[in-house]
Design a protein around this ligand. Structure first.
Ligand SMILES: Cc1cc2nc3c(=O)[nH]c(=O)nc-3n(C[C@H](O)[C@H](O)[C@H](O)COP(=O)(O)O)c2cc1C
Length: 223
C-alpha cells in the first residue's frame, strides 16, 4: 500500500524569484528555469459562499486579458492550496490521503506547474500549448487553461480504471473550488472533458504513468 509519505509531492523549493508583477505578457516570456513566487493569497476577502454559489456558471467566451498574479494566487490557493500548514493538507479533499493531482497552467508564455508548498509556479514548458488543452475554439485564446494531471504511479495497488475514477473525483473537487473562486473574483470558468488527453499528455511531456484527467479554462468573460 502506498503511504502518504511515499506519495507526497516531492517538489524541491528552489530559488524563488521576487516576481509579483502583473501577469507576464505573451511577448516577454520568462526564461526556461523560471520559478515565480506568487504573492500571498487574499484570504480575508472574497464573496460570501452562498453568493458565489448563486453566481457559479460555465463560460465559453473569453476576453484575452491576462489574469494578474494577485488574482491567480488566490485562485490557486482556493483550488488546491495548503489550508492546514501543519499537515500540508489542501482546500480540496483527496483520495485515500494520497496526493495524486498536479495542476499545470497553460498560458501564452508557456506552461507552469503549481507548487502549493512554496505557493509558486515552476516553468515546465516555454511553448504556448493552450490550443491543445481542449477541443473547443476558446481554449486557444483564453488567458489560462488549468490541466489536472494524475500521478498513476502513486495509485499502484488499484486497477487502471479505478485510478482514472479516483483521480477524476479529486479533479472534480478542485474544479468546483475553482468555479467558486472565479465567481468571487469576477472571472469566468469552465471545467472540461472535451480534451484529447493523449495528445495533451504528449505535449506536456508527461512520464508514462501520469495522465491528463480534465482541463478548466479561466478568464474574463467576453463582453
Ligand atoms: C465532468 C464534466 C465535464 C465537462 N466537460 C465540458 C466540456 O468539455 N466542455 C464544456 O464546454 N463544458 C463542459 N462541462 C461543463 C458543463 O457542460 C456544465 O457544467 C453544464 O452544462 C451546466 O452548466 P453550468 O456549469 O453553467 O451550470 C463539463 C462539466 C463536467 C462536470
Amino acid at each position: 500500500m502506498i503511504t502518504r509519505r511515499d506519495a507526497t509531492l516531492g517538489l524541491a523549493t528552489g530559488l524563488l524569484l521576487a516576481d509579483a508583477a502583473p501577469a507576464a505578457r505573451a511577448d516577454a516570456a520568462p526564461p526556461a528555469d523560471t520559478v515565480i513566487a506568487l504573492p500571498a493569497p487574499r484570504l480575508d476577502g472574497g464573496m460570501p459562499l452562498y453568493q458565489a454559489l448563486k453566481l457559479r456558471h460555465s463560460t465559453r467566451g473569453y476576453d484575452p486579458r491576462a489574469v494578474s498574479h494577485e488574482t491567480l494566487s488566490t485562485l490557486l490557493w482556493a483550488a488546491y492550496g495548503i489550508n492546514r500548514p501543519a499537515t500540508g493538507d489542501r482546500t480540496a479533499p483527496y483520495w485515500r490521503h494520497i496526493l495524486v493531482i498536479d495542476i499545470y497552467l497553460a498560458m501564452a508564455d508557456g506552461v507552469f506547474l503549481y507548487d502549493p508548498k512554496p505557493h509558486a509556479l515552476r516553468r515546465h514548458l516555454t511553448a504556448d500549448i493552450r490550443a491543445l488543452t481542449g477541443l473547443q475554439d476558446f481554449v486557444a485564446t483564453a488567458p489560462l487553461n488549468l490541466v489536472y494531471v494524475a500521478h498513476g504511479e502513486r495509485m499502484q495497488d488499484v486497477p487502471l480504471d479505478e485510478r482514472r475514477l479516483y483521480a477524476s473525483v479529486d479533479a472534480g473537487f478542485i474544479g468546483q473550488n475553482v468555479y467558486l473562486a472565479c465567481a468571487s473574483e469576477g472571472l469566468g470558468s469552465v471545467f472540461r472533458a472535451a480534451v484529447d488527453t493523449g495528445k495533451l499528455g504528449s505535449a506536456l511531456k508527461l512520464p508514462p504513468d501520469q495522465f491528463v484527467t480534465f482541463a478548466q479554462t479561466i478568464g474574463y468573460a467576453k463582453a
